[in-house]
Design a binder for this molecule. Structure first.
Ligand code: BTN
Length: 264
């Protein structure tokens, strides 16, 4: 299938009156769009500035992993957010971004992708999208959140070998249809803007309800790994801060603000 070229004038035309994405920086290749955004944040870049690359030489994932960044095949996008939120509420943006990504993917591609806590997006049980959300404060009066989203769009099966085999996939593999990176980017920015405005308006509960509706993991037996420790139990729900509550076999309720969940 043909790879869609990033069309900046199309994306800008859809975002010119918006809160997020009025300023877009495009790079053929960068180390990591999250690192780009962090450097720009330190230099005072404004809320809503977007960084998109066709390729990353050091794509970064959660928990110190790397992110497969096949040139022109995926969406590699980071955005600087400086929302009117208390610092302790900034971690909620990560769930907001995951919800925005699943809503955008489902709307544009006509699929029913689901969320896996904290913010992986799965289609047919395989990961097609990940979010790396980083709070960054280069100076006491200069802070913000860099939200990085990676979406596997045009990849074929050969791209997912070794550790990723059977675990990761792309929108085109799973739908069997060609997909367009520009439509996905525009939809992601639209959904992020509307979910973020709910959070800022104090309606995080609405975000959590919608997040839970799109999560295929709640009510199921899961394992949460944190470093070398792992915890098994039933994924109950998210609490009002967005932590995952796990009910162990001993009926103890454990609260997780981070970790890696698996359905095994
Ligand atoms: C994960 O581990 O699931 C998070 C992956 C996040 C990848 C994206 S791609 C754009 C941005 N730049 C990076 O280096 N990482 C994020």
């Amino acid at each position: 299938m043909t790879y869609s070229a990033i069309d900046l004038s199309f994306i800008s035309s859809k975002r010119h009156q918006a809160d997020l994405g009025t300023e877009i920086h495009f790079f053929e290749t960068v180390d990591s769009t999250n690192l780009c955004a962090r450097r720009a944040l330190a230099d005072g870049a404004k809320h809503g500035s977007v960084f998109i690359a066709n390729a990353q030489s050091q794509g970064r994932g959660r928990l110190g992993r790397s992110w497969l960044s096949v040139p022109s095949a995926g969406i590699y996008l980071s955005i600087i957010l400086r929302p009117a939120l208390a610092k302790e509420d900034c971690s909620k943006v990560s769930l907001v971004a995951g919800l925005a990504a699943v809503l955008a993917i489902n709307r544009v591609c006509g699929v029913q992708a689901t969320l896996k806590w904290p913010n992986d997006i799965l289609l047919m049980g395989k990961k097609i999208c990940g979010i790396l959300s980083e709070f960054y404060s280069p100076a006491p009066d200069n802070y913000g959140i860099v939200v990085g989203v990676g979406i596997n769009v045009h990849h074929n099966r050969e791209h997912f070998q070794g550790d990723l085999e059977g675990l990761a996939s792309s929108l085109e593999i799973e739908t069997g249809r060609s997909q367009n990176r520009n439509d996905l980017i525009v939809a992601f920015l639209e959904e992020l803007e509307s979910q973020l405005s709910l959070l800022v308006a104090g309606s995080f509960e609405q975000v959590l309800n919608r997040w839970s509706d799109h999560c295929a993991m709640l009510g199921k037996e899961i394992t949460i790994s944190q470093g070398t420790s792992s915890f098994r139990g039933k994924a109950l729900r998210l609490d009002e801060a967005g932590n995952l509550l796990l009910q162990t076999e001993d009926n103890e309720i454990l609260t997780f603000s981070s970790g890696e969940a698996s359905l095994k």
